[in-house]
Design a protein around this ligand. Structure first.
Ligand code: PMT
Length: 398
């Protein structure tokens, strides 16, 4: 459970996205957090406090003068008992109040009196979001150290489309989990590759492999959680892009090669997780190859793809390069020989026993200090351990 022992005050303000906050409570408590909901008067017009009470298992506060609080200091008591104050949805009106330090109801008073971090998920009509007054308020809040997550862009309840949609509950959960991770890569830029490549033979066929992208996506999420600016060059996979990560989608090894070399400047770390095809068909057949009954089966001539990681490691001023090696036998020998041939400081070996697709993995890190086994664990846990090792190596090479 990602949020075990964490105490979160969830402030809900008046907007149609308040219905998504109900799902958010379920997700936060599902990860082990204790959630105390505080609603503005307007929020209670969209969703009743009873819904939040049932989902959080705790009475909901809406009123500054709540007689349940003996000393009438709900704003102080609630804030002091929290590790994080999360406002979702945060309406334009509420953001304006925060930016100006207004405290005219329980939730605004609580925010002003807080001594814990504040995470805010705005939700409003696109014109309200683009209004210079809102932009000013957001800039002020950022300067004040408030973390703003989203908004997303897309269809809105009012029938319009554009920026201003509150992030989905799963995305706000991911931002909340990220908030509690140590910022080991703050200020660093990380470029990754993930997933398989697809080497087309004709318009309907190609050479690929079974990589799902899960390991690479988990590492991009872990690096983003650790405070890095992350760009993910992804082969064809069916995974959503982690929140806060910038994704470039490619298909073939040549496209991945071009995307990596186009983006590599200014990066501090390059992590090559992708299972890149070593070879591609020498020529692409423009029309579907037809089966001819009596003829011999066709042969496909292959040519070598560029070694993306090898090229990055050979740059005059390379970033810290991390490779991966998936082996079905002799893991240590093969992984070490790849590390030496590509001249990289760290390679991550995984023994492929049950295929790629699982959510768990077992890794061994190989570097100048020797081997460091990481026991079986969910890919996100392994990703966070790898990020910690990378942060150590960056520190050493400073
Ligand atoms: O995506 P999942 O289903 O979660 O699975 C994850 C994984 C098993 C694919 C991943 O953990 C992994 O091990 N990826 C590397 C697979 C491999 O063995 O690659 P390789 O031996 O072909 O290449 C070694 C290294 O060079 C890799 O870092 C690779 O990205 C890189 N490489 C390889 C060839 C090439 N042309 N360019 C490269 O950059």
């Amino acid at each position: 459970m990602e949020l075990a022992g964490k105490r979160i005050v969830l402030g809900v303000t008046g907007g149609i996205a308040a219905y998504k906050a109900a799902e958010l409570v379920r997700l936060l408590t599902g990860e082990g957090a204790t959630v105390q909901v505080v609603m503005s008067e307007a929020a209670a017009r969209f969703v009743t406090p009873v819904t939040f009470q049932a989902l959080s298992g705790r009475p909901v506060f809406t009123d500054q003068w709540d007689p349940r609080v003996a000393n009438n200091m709900a704003h102080i008591d609630l804030s002091r008992a929290a590790d994080l104050l999360l406002i979702a949805p945060a309406s334009a009106d509420f953001l304006a109040k925060l930016a100006n330090g207004l405290a005219d109801d329980l939730l605004t008073t609580l925010v002003l009196a807080r001594d814990c971090p504040l995470l805010v998920a705005p939700a409003m009509n696109r014109q309200m979001w683009e209004n210079p007054a809102t932009a000013r308020n957001i800039a002020t809040l950022r300067t004040d150290g408030v973390a703003i997550v989203g908004p997303g862009s897309g269809d809105q309840a009012c029938g319009e489309s554009g920026p201003g949609r509150m992030l989905e509950a799963e995305e706000i959960l991911a931002c909340t989990v990220a908030h509690f991770q140590p910022k080991l890569l703050a200020g660093k830029r990380v470029l990754l590759t993930a997933g398989p490549t697809f080497e087309a033979i004709d318009p309907v066929r190609g050479i690929t492999n079974l990589s799902t992208g899960k390991m690479g996506y988990a590492i991009s999420r872990a690096a983003q959680e650790a405070g890095a600016r992350v760009t993910l060059i992804s082969g064809p996979v069916c995974l959503p892009c982690p929140v806060g990560v910038s994704r470039v989608s490619v298909s073939s090894a040549l496209q991945m090669h071009a995307a990596v070399l186009g983006q590599i400047a200014e990066n501090d770390v390059f992590i090559a997780v992708a299972a890149v095809a070593d070879y591609r068909p020498a020529r692409f057949v423009g029309q579907k190859i037809k089966k001819r009954l009596q003829a011999a089966p066709p042969t496909i001539e292959l040519v070598a793809n560029p070694d993306i990681l090898g090229e990055v490691a050979a740059l005059p001023r390379p970033p810290l390069c991390v490779g991966f090696a998936a082996e079905s036998e002799n893991l240590a020998e093969y992984a070490e020989s790849k590390r030496r041939s590509k001249k990289i400081p760290l390679i991550v070996g995984n023994l492929i026993e049950d295929g790629f697709a699982g959510d768990r993995n077992t890794l061994v890190l190989f570097d100048d200090d020797g081997q460091h086994p990481l026991p079986p664990a969910p890919k996100i846990d392994l990703a966070r351990q790898l990020v910690a090792r990378i942060a150590d190596l960056l520190e050493k090479t400073r």
